[in-house]
Design a protein around this ligand. Sequence first.
Ligand SMILES: [Mn+2]
Length: 338
Amino acid sequence: MEEAFEEGAFLGLPRSDGPVDIAVVPLAYELTTSYGMGACDGPQACLDASAQVELYDEHLGTDLPAGRSIVTEPVWEGTAATLRGQLDELAGHALKFFKGDLFPLFLGGEHGILPPIMHAARHHPAVKGDLSHLTVVQLDAHADLRTSLDGEVFSHACAASRSLDIGVGRLFQAGVRAYSQEEHERINADDRITTYFAKDTQHPHTGGEAWNRWLDELKSLSGPVHFTLDIDGLDGALVPATGTPVPGGLSYWQAVETIETLFANPQVTVISADVNEIVPQDGTPLTQFTAACLATKIVASHLRARENARWEPTASSGHLEFDRSYFSKLEATANSAF
Ligand SMILES: [Mn+2]
């Protein structure tokens, strides 16, 4: 059966009436980019490229949306005058998708979107108001564990450190191959962080063993998980237009295996995901198409989790008060707090 096609929507899927199962949430946020620019236009480029992704999923055995409702939200853009004001706006926008009734897939935008998404995730019923219940699984070339970059504590280079600082319980990273001494020291000092370095997992002779340890790590996780995919975790050849492409990264199939293994873990509920640092590539759609393929893999893996009763809608208690000026208030104390 030929479905209607909607220009600019994820996989070209038209909006349907009734309850939403998956919300694709584009976030045009780019305030702290340090090298290549263009992450602001990345989400729409990824949505446009997704029109060329095959709808058939071999694990589902059917075409997406597989009888489900996948809705593409309008592109979000911040309007506040300050960076912290925009983080508060972004968190307020993300909050709508953390009621437990649907699965949100955020498309970025620079990696600085992660802390406000985490602040909103605090309100997911499975997280119960306490981010220490939440584990973040991150694929990234960078550790994103700096204290600050260019004087900014909410830089994309601090996405993981700030997420831990605002309360995230555990962090598992792979693909990491560009990091500072300070970040290396934090990896060693902070018990909440487990890092698999690309020099080990991509080693030409012993990489397979290290990679299997990473997969075992994913299989041993439990509880609610947010998956954050910085596309520069992939080898730079696959995503040459991303803000900071780095050689020696993960293969496409390693990213796929990470997604499939994580979503297949019966002890884990993946409550949300983001694909970030997407930048439209001129001349070839390779960067945004790679991002679109992996976003599709996330969606298919979530639907498979539903099929196998590993994800069910949960009702929000709604009692927890949301702090709409959380990041603005941190501003005054940022230097001392972090
Ligand atoms: Mn990153």
